[in-house]
Design a protein around this ligand. Structure first.
Ligand SMILES: C[S@@+](CC[C@H](N)C(=O)[O-])C[C@H]1O[C@@H](n2cnc3c(N)ncnc32)[C@H](O)[C@@H]1O
Length: 342
């Protein structure tokens, strides 16, 4: 079996974890098509998410407690009267400025942690506009990379800006990959798990297309831990009674659930890590204008009346808890997971 590791898995990371069963031995959590494991700190709130787990607001980003003059309720919260806009990845340029830049901050530490050899065949499932794919090319010298994503606008952006020898982008679904078994040495999902309707099926597909001894890996924001770059803005929206959409599988976006997904998919040598990144903005205005471009926030905020938007902005400023007269920085926390096929 060809070795994949270039060196021991230590790097500029805040914390590393070994796989431990999250549930009692013998009790299985999720498999493909089975309910996925979920995170501590997620609460069920039918009014907000139609029954899906959502982050517990009292733990949200460790900021001040939620105080809303406009309690969110189905049909009652601002932003709800015309229905909640879905999360959209159609605007690839906006994605580039907001989430793509954040993904590029996490990517290098994640790749250092993987510490894989050059010359491997990579699959980037949910590649978006290719922000992370480009890092793989620059830092890992792969033999080739296939990037797939269901959003045609993102794939078009990737093909325009990130086309390199050995790299191919195509529209595709991580839950039903169009590749035969054993096609890849490494299969990765960067900031994708929470957006899959069936994360266990997505991981099962990574495993299926890997060769024996291949590496399945992913990173996601620690959503229940308030780790999303959008946590301060999301809190500001809820404090203002404005409801944004939630991703279908936010409940798997934490260390415990991700580790369990990997174990349940039959992967061995499962490891996790936590990566903290900070993004500096020249001004509060720049942080605001960038954050409001988020895939889950842009459509809702663009439809708010001016006074509500002003309120959200003021609360966002307060939630940053720093002097906002000069440069400001936002912090985000990601969880990485990796495992080997047998
Ligand atoms: C936050 S973006 C991450 C994009 C890219 N990996 C990065 O790090 O910049 C999430 C991506 O997941 C994609 N996605 C949503 N559902 C998917 C599915 N079923 N299969 C593959 N990708 C999916 C979205 O289209 C979007 O591009």
């Amino acid at each position: 079996m060809r070795p994949l590791l270039s060196r021991p898995n230590v790097g500029a990371l805040l914390s590393l974890g070994r796989a431990r069963p999250a549930w009692p031995q013998g009790e299985r959590g999720a498999g493909a098509g089975v309910r996925a494991p979920s995170c501590p700190g997620m609460v069920r709130s039918p009014a907000v998410s139609r029954g899906l787990p959502v982050p517990d607001p009292s733990r949200d980003s460790g900021l001040r407690p939620l105080v809303s003059r406009h309690p969110v309720a189905l049909g009652g919260g601002r932003g709800l009267s015309q229905g909640v806009s879905p999360i959209s990845f159609r605007d690839a340029e906006a994605y580039e400025r907001m989430t793509g830049a954040w993904s590029r901050l996490v990517g290098p530490s994640f790749l250092d942690w993987l510490a894989l050899l050059p010359g491997l065949r990579w699959l980037d499932a949910g590649c978006g506009n290719g922000a992370f794919t480009a890092l793989v090319v620059d830092r890992c010298a792969p033999a080739g990379v296939e990037g797939v994503d269901p959003e045609p606008a993102q794939i078009a952006h990737a093909q325009r800006h990130r086309q390199r020898p050995g790299v191919r982008f195509a529209v595709g679904d991580a839950g039903a990959l169009a590749y035969p078994p054993g096609s890849f040495d490494v299969a990765v999902m960067a900031l994708v798990l929470a957006f899959l309707r069936d994360p266990a099926q997505g991981v099962a597909e990574l495993v299926r297309v890997l060769r024996p001894g291949g590496v399945a890996c992913a990173y996601s924001w620690d959503l229940p831990g308030g780790g999303s770059p959008l946590a301060p803005l999301g809190l500001a929206m809820r404090q203002s009674g404005v409801l944004g959409p939630s991703a279908p599988s936010e409940s798997v976006s934490c260390e415990k659930a991700m580790r369990q997904l990997w174990i349940d998919a039959g992967l061995g040598h499962v490891r996790t890590c936590r990566i903290t990144v900070q993004r500096r903005f020249d001004s509060f205005e720049q942080a605001w204008e960038t954050s409001r471009l988020g895939a889950s926030t842009a459509a809702v905020l663009s439809r708010l009346d001016p006074s509500t938007l002003t309120e959200v902005k003021a609360r966002f400023r307060a939630n940053l808890r720093q002097d906002t007269r000069g440069p400001v920085s936002l912090t985000a926390h990601a969880i990485g997971v990796r495992g080997r096929t047998s």
